[in-house]
Design a protein around this ligand. Sequence first.
Ligand SMILES: Cc1ncc(COP(=O)(O)O)c(C=O)c1O
Length: 401
Amino acid sequence: MPTTADALASLALAGGPKAADTNVPMIAVKLTDAQIDAAVDVMRSGMLAAGKVAAEFETKFATLTGAKHALACANGTCALQLAYGALDIGPGDRVLCPAWTYIATASMLAALGAEIVWVDADPHTYTIDPKDLDKKLDGSIKAVAATHIYGTPVDIHAVQQAADKAGVPVVYDCAQSHLARYDDHPAGSFGALCTYSFYPTKNMTTGEGGMVTTNDPELAERVRLLRSHGETEKYTHTHIGFNYRMTDIEAAIGLHQLDVIEDATAKRQRNAAKYTAALDDIVGLHAPKAPDRAESVYHLYPVRVDAAAFVSPAEAGQPDLATTRDLVMKALQAEGVACAVHYPKSLTHQPVFDHPDIDHQPVSDRLANTLFCIPVHQHLTDEQTDLVVAAMRKVANALAR
Ligand SMILES: Cc1ncc(COP(=O)(O)O)c(C=O)c1O
């Protein structure tokens, strides 16, 4: 249906009635009484630092994610530094890293002095492109980093096949993908090491927190040493290490979050399934796809905007907006649906990495201009997800070319 002045005027953006009476929030962080009580119990005990609660959290987390060893740490960024450090990645080492990920996947490589070789994203799954990875995985590469972005596992089979052939380890950044599955196994059971974040907006939280998992006892021991001052026994230090330990207060929250993570994940997946079904017949807005055998846990739900299907910002009377994606988002926000861009720049365009010879990645660059995320978290009611769908339909119909 082509845009008419009446259709445009029906948008809340143009002063028309909102699709939703209430605002649908992008995130909601809620701790249960059991989680709060567990943290308070630790505080009352006086044993605040890493201790038996952190150890219990590690054991349960390892079981749930299919790993033999789990090591809790201060946050997901530390987890990456510990994982890369355990692989002895250092100055001059060349490491493959997706351009389409959060900064920490790459910045912790840079912090160790590694040379990042950028890999592009698949245009439909937004995860690392295995063909581009295979092309760049030559004898000079020491390791591969790959992110299960938005909660969607990468094509692990293809990534592992390429990495195993070259004999290089893979670190999977699972900060957004707790409980994601691949080939009917937990995604956290693949690769040399996996790293997690428990930042409040993640699928599960400890306030701040992170975890490194691995099936390799030697790598686990290296992470353990790096995590706590390279200390092999009290005041004996065999390695340079850090203090990246998780407190028992955080671990107590995490331990009890594990009681609800499966239900929360199932709710995210139900919300996502509703959006995917609806987007099937909304012209110009596209659902994300998971690689074959991958089961997403929808940390985020990215919608891709086909600019050719819609009027331009200028035609819609919004000449200050840079992209049609921004126009769709602004119209949805006006209807009462929160949305967010993850991420506005591919990493090669971040000032910290961008230099005249940088190898920009075209698909990742396109994603930065065409994706936006809608609320998908576990605290949404069915009425709220219905409103998100209704608002997307209304906006897409009104802006259709
Ligand atoms: C993909 C990815 N990696 C790493 C991190 C870093 O985690 P943290 O914020 O816990 O340091 C994040 C957090 O946003 C992330 O999304």
